[in-house]
Design a protein around this ligand. Structure first.
Ligand code: IPE
Ligand code: IPE
Ligand code: MG
Length: 245
């Protein structure tokens, strides 16, 4: 029985989020430039998106570039943005064919113009699709997002548009960039580090965490299936006792 066949399709996580880490170390380990790791990382993105659609996952969020990643050397940022534009142009036909809807979260105003334009074109074109939703987190950080939400909520209170007593968890969620997207059930981080790196801090409250030493360029279909099988062995109690479930 293959790994894929072992997955219980009626108990899939609705939303899988991935911190795609380890491109640079993977390349360096074989004496190559970090950008080679990013190129191979794009191949992993394609394979994992295909695996997600073949399983019928509803949401897949990929941490592609963090707010903190703007601190990297200019040449690496340019290489990453170039790859993003190229990948979007290359992959859009397959996204259409596979009924994938693309979305993006993050401070997109900071993206270079060509990256922003190609991203928006792909989002518009795929918006009619009804299969898996792939969310790219780009120039994203959770603290940026929460700070922005607090500002907007405070403004509405000052404008007498919202009462303090009306600010519920649901209202806070509505002001995050992930509005309308269910919280991730499973968070995967590749590359061996066990940290969250400013990713979806609010939304991950009850996610199951899965860490693997595999570098992102090595993470392909089978690794996604393994992570989902691991998830399916866990008991999610949400504060209750086992007996209550
Ligand atoms: C992840 O790989 C890709 C991005 C953060 C853009 P890294 O570039 O962080 O690779 P390592 O962690 O240095 O190996
Ligand atoms: C996290 O990876 C961000 C992305 C995968 C886009 P980093 O490589 O930037 O994380 P840290 O800084 O090592 O925690
Ligand atoms: Mg890294």
């Amino acid at each position: 029985m293959s790994l894929k066949e072992k997955i219980e399709i009626n108990r899939l996580p609705k939303h899988v989020a991935i911190i795609m880490d380890g491109n640079g170390r993977w390349a360096k380990a074989q004496g190559k430039d970090r950008s080679f790791g990013h190129q191979e990382g794009v191949v992993s993105v394609r394979k994992v998106v295909e695996a997600a659609t073949s399983l019928g996952l509803e949401y897949l969020t990929l941490y592609t570039f963090s707010t903190e990643n703007w601190r990297r050397p200019e040449s690496e940022i340019q290489a990453l943005m170039g790859l993003l534009v190229k990948a979007i142009y290359q992959e859009t036909p397959d996204l259409m064919k596979n009924n994938v809807r693309l979305m993006a979260i993050g401070d997109l105003s900071r993206l270079p113009e060509d990256a922003y334009t190609s991203l928006m074109d792909c989002i518009a074109q795929t918006s009619v699709n009804t299969g898996t939703t792939v969310v790219l987190a780009l120039s994203y950080s959770s603290r940026w997002e929460i700070t922005d939400a607090v500002r907007t909520i405070a403004k509405r209170v000052m404008d007498d548009d919202l009462k303090i007593s009306e600010i519920t968890e649901g209202v806070v969620s509505e002001y995050l960039t992930t509005k309308g997207i269910p919280d991730p059930d499973l968070l995967i981080r590749t590359g061996g580090e066990q940290r969250i790196s400013n990713f979806l801090l609010w939304q991950l409250s009850y996610a199951e965490l899965y860490f693997t030493d595999k570098y992102w360029p090595e993470f392909r279909e089978e690794e996604l299936y393994s992570a989902i099988l691991d998830y399916q062995m866990r008991e999610r109690r949400f504060g209750k006792t086992s007996e209550q479930l």
